[in-house]
Design a protein around this ligand. Structure first.
Ligand SMILES: [Fe+2]
Ligand SMILES: [Fe+2]
Length: 394
């Protein structure tokens, strides 16, 4: 494996990056750059959305010369957050995207990098939504190997985030908090706990969010995301990052501060930034809660975690071929409407041609169809839109 670029080591020596993140942060977006800079005293640090900069086509539409993000990272301690490395896929991350991320990390002064503990890629296909990793030893092993591989390449600690999902994968051999603990132990990494995702999964999948927080491996919890939720008429919750934070989520945030070693909380909004005063009001409220449990400034003993890359390390390549095939077939079921209908009608026999074993076929057939289709319909819609855009361009 290549060692991380020399410039990445220099960037982590930047004084703001060296401080690390502590306190109450905000998910910086280029569209609110002026507002963030004008209210700089409100933000202890910012979280940069990697995809807007690492991917050339996205960068062209966001901040082409990166002048805004450079100004922001010169002003605030910064961390970064990506969505496309598909840590839970039983195969190495897409090498092209991993290089894009490594380049971004090399040119941007950030102290930590986080990604979602989920899989979005099966074979050549990518799903625009997070799929739960199976809560099994194979799921733990796939994630841990990819976390180590990515950390080694980018030269920063990779912190993983719990996702909201429309369905957990049937056949789990551990619960989700055990899964989080096992991944962190196997990869020796930290957790970014998304409080909103805990609330969404708890309501949609019927568990107690307070117990979930008490069961977390508290010493692994470093950062937390929070924001509001969108609710449909049946009370089903969606993760849209556009609504004000609810009473329940404020309460869960406080419990997380109480039960874990959390050192930052991050208001994570993607939309509805106007009026910006509402964002600032939420920052104030988060600050008040944070200060009940933590000092305003990082203790002098605090230093952000470092990752010492091993230039001689090679990917162990121990990914399970069975898990990779399972994930490929599940992604096909989501993207192929006819196949999805056949599974709903005939059960696992509709998947006999896939090469999957009977147990794995049954696991896919056991996923409740309405939940599977919530993701499947969205994925097919996004794929069709992409194909249309390409067709009009040619
Ligand atoms: Fe996230
Ligand atoms: Fe999040």
């Amino acid at each position: 494996m290549d060692s991380p670029p020399e410039s990445s080591k220099l960037k982590t020596e930047n004084s703001l990056a060296r401080q690390g993140a502590w306190g109450v942060g905000f998910s910086y977006r280029f569209c609110v750059h002026q507002e963030v800079m004008r209210s700089a005293g409100m933000f202890d640090f910012i979280e940069i959305p990697t995809d807007d900069y690492a991917i050339a086509s996205r960068r062209a539409n966001s901040d082409p010369d990166e002048s805004m993000v450079q100004a922001a990272t010169a002003r605030f301690p910064s961390v970064a957050h990506g969505t496309l490395l598909s840590i839970g896929t039983a195969a190495p991350p897409d090498p092209v995207h991993l290089e894009e991320v490594a380049d971004f990390v090399a040119r941007t002064p950030i102290s930590e990098y986080s990604e979602h503990l989920s899989f979005t890629r099966g074979g050549e296909e990518t799903i625009p939504g997070f799929i739960s990793i199976p809560f099994t030893d194979l799921g733990v092993a796939a994630a841990a190997e990819n976390i180590r591989h990515i950390s080694n390449r980018i030269g920063l600690p990779l912190i993983v985030e719990n996702v909201s999902y429309h369905f957990p994968i049937p056949g789990a051999t551990m619960n989700e908090t055990e899964f989080l603990r096992n991944v962190c132990d196997a990869a020796d990494c930290g957790l970014l706990i998304d409080i909103t995702n805990i609330q969404i999964n708890a309501i949609n999948n019927g568990y107690d969010p307070h117990q979930f927080i008490r069961d977390l491996p508290g010493d692994r919890v470093m950062h937390a995301h929070f924001c509001g939720v969108t609710e449909d008429h049946d009370g089903y919750l969606f993760d849209t990052h556009r609504e004000p934070t609810t009473k329940e989520i404020w309460q869960l945030l406080e419990e997380t501060l109480n039960h874990t070693d959390l050192r930052t909380v991050i208001l994570e909004r993607d939309e509805k930034f106007s009026p910006f005063k509402e964002i600032l009001d939420e920052m104030w409220r988060a600050k008040e809660i944070f200060l009940k449990y933590r000092p305003a400034k990082a203790p002098t003993t605090f230093s952000p975690p470092r990752y010492a890359p091993n230039p001689d390390a090679r990917p162990a390549n121990t990914h399970s071929a069975d898990l990779a095939l399972f994930q490929n077939v599940l992604v096909s079921v989501l993207l192929d409407e006819q196949l999805g209908k056949a599974v709903a009608k005939e059960g696992e026999t509709a998947l006999r041609h896939t090469g999957l074993g009977a147990d794995e076929r049954r696991i896919i057939a056991e996923i409740p169809e309405p939940r599977r289709e919530l993701l499947g319909r969205h994925a097919r819609h996004v794929k069709a839109q992409k194909a249309n855009r390409l067709a009009t361009r040619h």
